[in-house]
Design a protein around this ligand. Structure first.
Ligand SMILES: [Zn+2]
Length: 497
């Protein structure tokens, strides 16, 4: 729900989840096993190479819950797994319980290291858990609180639209998070706690409904983050820097991305307006004003609202103002067709096109000859070193690359300021087939989590290898089918080309 609210506000988001989450998801979720080192390596890769503005974490609280200590009568409820003296897990734990606590501890450990790195990079963050959770007493969290400028922001879940009253807390480095602090207004009934028997005979505990956030809380959180960082992507119109909202999450799932890759050519709203009011205005089911409110015209969309501060009764309301039909037509007539505005053509190519179109053919020819002459001179100068370099390579690699002038290629690339600076080392040493790739600076970044670490791959090699060889053998047995497939593919690509 939180990711969906950020997405609806026009943010690019990456929703990361642990493999087995019982909640239905509203957005594309990237599954990463955060109890492993390689799972966290992927997360560090994301904050290193992407423009991350905010991180929110809701670590699993099942093993930390004090709800486990509420006596539930005969038959008993789940037993506590931690205590004040043993926040990392009670000493007598064994079997499944021990495994769960260990896995949760590994997640907490990775998360605190990750948030420390976020702080060092100036990325604000928040972590959510019940106020009474043992999570906050675990040594790695105690260290995190001591070493980063964060504090607690508490709220009652019912104040944000939940049917039950639970005290929950955000630990955050963002001072504006005070906007989520709220206490029960005391004017409503609360749904009971406890457990209910499910049709299949298992018990369902009231707290298991409460882990997800209400829409009200999510909208408030989006509004807090937007105002704190002064980021309003709702204003964005198509330009070549912003591609894909859901696109990246789909790639992480190894699915073909569908839907629009570019933001709309005309933004949804013509303008935004913020007003302070003592009461909420009347809106229709779509959240649009049914009448003019202060200076905001009828039909404008209420995007967010928040109390002005603790103990205040007035609200800060934010509206998006739509264009009139005439304004819409006027704006659309001024648009350029996306194919005409060169957004897909790289700068270097535009430079070359300009040079060729504005220079006499003879001069272009002379320029090309001089470049080739220079490169041939470099090739001659590098000849001896080139041979020595080949001898240093792995013999198999050296054999394949025997006819290639690797040093010359590197020198030419340097002279052109070629952005992929790792390429030549990778040619020499071999390309990594698994793990996280460093960015090439040529191709766009795609957050694709590795499915296993190098260690796991070797451990599983025993099973993967025969399966792969089996697959290849089947293809050898059916040469006609695959040849036909290849021809089909070639035909299709030729048509596209
Ligand atoms: Zn309440």
């Amino acid at each position: 729900m939180l990711s969906k609210c950020f997405k609806d506000s026009g943010f690019e988001h990456l929703a990361v989840d642990h493999k087995s989450n019982r909640f239905h998801s509203y957005v594309t979720v990237c599954n990463v096993d955060l109890s492993t080192d390689h799972g966290w390596a992927f997360m560090f890769h994301i904050i290193e190479h992407y423009d991350v503005r905010f991180v929110h974490a809701a670590p699993p609280c099942g093993t930390c819950s004090k709800a486990r200590e509420i006596p539930l009568g005969p038959g008993g409820g789940p037993q506590p797994l931690r205590s004040m003296e043993h926040p990392l897990g009670l000493p007598h734990l064994e079997g499944k319980d021990l495994e769960r606590v260990r896995s949760a501890n590994a997640i907490y450990d990775g998360l605190t290291k990750f948030l420390t790195e976020c702080t060092a990079r100036g990325i604000p963050w928040s972590v959510e858990n019940p106020t009474s959770s043992y999570l906050w007493m675990i040594p790695c969290f105690v260290d995190l609180m001591a070493n980063t400028p964060c504090r607690f922001y508490n709220y009652d879940t019912c104040a944000w639209g939940s049917t039950r009253k639970l005290k929950r807390s955000f630990l955050s480095t963002m001072p504006e998070m005070t906007g989520i602090e709220a206490t029960c207004p005391g004017n409503h009934e609360h749904a009971p706690f406890g457990r209910t028997r499910q049709p299949d005979g298992t018990f369902k505990y009231a707290t298991s409904d409460e882990a997800a956030y209400t829409k009200q809380l999510c909208l408030q959180l989006v509004s807090v983050v937007q105002n704190a960082l002064n980021l309003f992507p709702q204003k964005i119109e198509a330009d070549h820097h912003s591609v894909a909202i859901n696109h990246k999450g789909m790639i992480a799932l190894q699915k073909q991305p569908a839907g629009r890759r570019m933001p709309p050519l005309i933004s949804e709203f013509a303008a935004f307006s913020t007003v302070v009011a003592s009461s909420m205005p009347a809106t229709n089911p779509k959240g649009c004003l049914t009448a003019c409110f202060q200076h905001v015209p009828e039909g404008s969309k209420l995007l967010s609202f928040s109390k002005r501060g603790e103990g205040e009764t007035s609200f800060v309301l934010k509206f998006g103002i739509y264009r009139s039909p005439i304004q819409w037509v006027e704006k659309s007539l001024m648009l350029q067709h996306p194919f005409d505005n060169f957004h897909a053509v790289p700068d270097q190519m535009l430079d070359v096109l300009f040079y060729i179109l504005t220079t006499a053919p003879a001069d272009v020819c002379k320029f090309r000859i001089s470049k080739l002459k220079l490169w041939m001179k470099w090739a001659e100068e590098l000849d001896t070193r080139e041979k020595e370099h080949k001898q240093r390579l792995d013999p198999e690699v050296g054999r394949v690359l025997a006819s290639k002038r690797l040093l010359l290629l590197r020198k030419i690339a340097d002279s052109l300021d070629w952005p992929d600076t790792h390429l030549f080392d990778e040619i020499d040493e071999g390309f990594k087939l698994i793990g996280i790739q460093d960015p090439s600076n040529i191709f766009g970044l795609e957050p694709r989590p590795p499915q296993s670490s190098e260690g796991e791959l070797w451990a599983n090699a025993k099973f993967i290898r025969p399966a792969l060889i089996g697959k290849v053998k089947i293809q050898i047995l059916m040469p006609r089918a695959s040849l036909y497939g290849m021809l089909q593919w070639k035909r299709q690509t030729t048509i596209i080309g």
